[in-house]
Ligand binder design. Structure first.
Ligand SMILES: [Zn+2]
Length: 262
C-alpha cells in the first residue's frame, strides 16, 4: 500500500454505479484516492463489494445495515462469518442504529447490531458503525461489548462525539461538513477529533460536497470528490493537506490492520 487519500465509505454496489463502477474507481485513483473501503449493507451487497475489492485491489466491509436488519435470514451470521474469511473483508458492518429513518423496528435493529458486535469480537475485526439519532442507545449497547472500530459519517453533537471517543472509536467525516447549513455543528466539532482517530469519506453516491467547484451536472457523489471533503477538513483544522493525507492513511492502516510494511 502506498500513502494516498483513503475514502473509507464507497457504496459502489448502489444502483447509481451499475453502469460505470470501473470508471468511477479509475477516476478516483487518478484523482489521488487510491484506496477505498467499499461498504456492504446486507449479505448480497457485502458479497458484491468483496468481488469488486478483489477485482480492483480495494477493501470491503461485510455486514447488515440497520435499514436491512428487518430482512435478515435465519442463518445470516453463518453466511456473514463465511464472507469474513475473504482477505479483503476488513470490518464488520456497516451495522448500527438508525432512529431517524426507522426502516427496521428498533428492537430488531438493536438485536442485529448486538449479534454483529459479538461477531466482530469473535473475529477480532473492527466494527464499522452507522448511527443516526440513536447515540445513547448505541453507546449503551457498545458498553456490553468490547470492540474497536469506527463511527462512520458522524453527524451528532459534541456530547456524542466525546462519548464515542471515550469508548475508543475512530470517527469518519463526510461531505456533510461541506454543507453550509446542516453541517454547521459538525464544522465546529471537526477540530476536536484527535489526529490519530480521524478518517475521511464520501459515502458516495450520497452526500455530494456542496463546496465542489465547478458544480457537477449530476448529483451523484463519487470517491474522486473526497478531495473536496479533505480541503474543508484541512481548513477547519488548520492543517496542511499532505499532513492530513498522511494522518488519515496511517489511521486507516492502524485501525483496519492492513499492510503495515511502509
Ligand atoms: Zn451509514
Amino acid at each position: 500500500m502506498s500513502a494516498s487519500w483513503v475514502d473509507i465509505a464507497v457504496n459502489l454496489t448502489n444502483a447509481q454505479f451499475n453502469d460505470d463502477a470501473c470508471d468511477v474507481v479509475e477516476h478516483a485513483k487518478r484523482a489521488g484516492v487510491e484506496h477505498m473501503l467499499l461498504v456492504g449493507c446486507d449479505l448480497e451487497s457485502s458479497k458484491q463489494s468483496l468481488d469488486y475489492a478483489e477485482r480492483w485491489d480495494l477493501f470491503a466491509t461485510a455486514g447488515v445495515h440497520p435499514h436491512d436488519a428487518k430482512d435478515v435470514v435465519q442463518d445470516y451470521l453463518v453466511q456473514l462469518t463465511d464472507l469474513h474469511n475473504h482477505s479483503k473483508a476488513i470490518a464488520v458492518g456497516e451495522c448500527g442504529l438508525d432512529f431517524n429513518r426507522d426502516f427496521s423496528p428498533r428492537q430488531v435493529q438493536q438485536h442485529v447490531l448486538s449479534e454483529q458486535l459479538a461477531l466482530a469480537e469473535s473475529l477480532n475485526k473492527p466494527v464499522y458503525l452507522h448511527e443516526r439519532e440513536a447515540s445513547e442507545t448505541l453507546l449503551s449497547i457498545l458498553k456490553e461489548h468490547k470492540v474497536r472500530g469506527i463511527l462512520h459519517c458522524f453527524t451528532g453533537n459534541q456530547q456524542a462525539l466525546e462519548a464515542y471517543l471515550d469508548y475508543g472509536l475512530h470517527i469518519g467525516v463526510t461531505g456533510w461538513v461541506c454543507d453550509e447549513r446542516r453541517g454547521q455543528e459538525l464544522q465546529t466539532l471537526v477540530p476536536i477529533i484527535p489526529d490519530d482517530r480521524l478518517h475521511l469519506e464520501t459515502d458516495a453516491p450520497f452526500l455530494i460536497p456542496r463546496t465542489l467547484t465547478p458544480k457537477p451536472k449530476h448529483r451523484r457523489n463519487e470517491p474522486a470528490f473526497l478531495i473536496a471533503v479533505a480541503q474543508q477538513v484541512a481548513r477547519l483544522r488548520g492543517a496542511e493537506l499532505p499532513t492530513l493525507k498522511l494522518q488519515c492513511y496511517r489511521n486507516f492502516k492502524t485501525l483496519f490492520g492492513v499492510d503495515n510494511n511502509d
